[in-house]
Design a protein around this ligand. Structure first.
Ligand SMILES: [Zn+2]
Length: 252
């Protein structure tokens, strides 16, 4: 689904000079990083990956969500989950986003794609028509404020949503980055312990674009502890006329 996002004007630099498009440069760069910063598993400390497969499957699965419209993969109390999410948030580790993005995609497809479509690799013609008529489901990463986005250089929720869109060979979802904006910068939710204070901190923090009207939307974020941020984002989208708003998160 990448091709759709690219514009078709002439590239500014020759393609072989772009790191991601040159396997030789990528290889050298990767080898240098591996030498300087050997990858260590967040779970067991073994070298070779941010999370080795064994630890990934051993991570505690999320209990049932408090809200039926939120689906989570993992239990946030697990130190290995916290470690991986911390890296995603503050170091922008794309590998972790890719890893979690795959699982989030399945979660969104199974829970929130049109009924009777979930969980199947192939759709028959009638199902494809039905999907076309309903339109794609919009994937909306929970946005950062412009200031925070500038400071950090990326949005971890957007990394996850992009990884999900890359998994979407069936074309169930469309990545939408302009439907929702964060207009108010509260304190970090993580620094507030009280539930109602968290609600107040994000109340009115989001503004939805009018084109949200009539859409089915899946919000994407890394963590939902009390769900206050997701609720505020959902309220803004529903107020703009969205038909249905659900959410997937890595941990809660
Ligand atoms: Zn491990």
């Amino acid at each position: 689904m990448r091709g759709r996002e690219q514009n078709h004007s002439a590239p500014l630099v020759p393609e072989w000079l772009i790191l991601g498009k040159n396997p030789l440069l990528m290889g050298l760069f990767g080898a240098m990083l591996d030498f300087l910063f050997p990858l260590r598993c967040e779970g067991c400390g073994r070298e070779g990956a941010y999370l080795c497969e064994m630890c990934l499957y051993a991570l505690p699965r999320a209990r049932a969500a408090r809200e039926p419209w939120i689906a989570a993969i993992y239990e946030y109390r697990s130190p290995a989950v916290q470690g991986a999410l911390w890296k995603l948030k503050y170091r922008g580790v794309a590998d972790i986003a890719g890893l979690f993005g795959k699982i989030l995609y399945d979660l969104a497809r199974l829970n929130f794609a049109p009924q009777n479509l979930g969980g199947r690799a192939l759709l028959d013609v009638a199902e494809k028509d039905a999907l076309k008529n309903h339109g794609k489901i919009s994937l909306v990463p929970v946005p950062l404020s412009e200031r925070k986005a500038r400071e950090r250089g990326y949005n971890q929720a957007e990394l996850l949503a992009r990884a999900m869109a890359r998994e979407d060979a069936e074309g169930l979802f469309s990545l939408e980055l302009a439907l929702l904006a964060r207009t108010k910068d509260g304190r970090s939710q993580m620094s507030i312990r009280d539930r109602s204070a968290r609600e107040a901190n994000v109340r009115g923090a989001f503004a939805a674009h009018e084109t949200a009207k009539g859409r089915r939307i899946v919000l994407v974020d890394d963590i939902a502890t009390t769900g206050a941020t997701l609720r505020a984002a959902r309220d803004a989208l529903l107020a703009a006329g969205a038909r249905e708003v659900t959410a997937v998160v890595v941990a809660h």
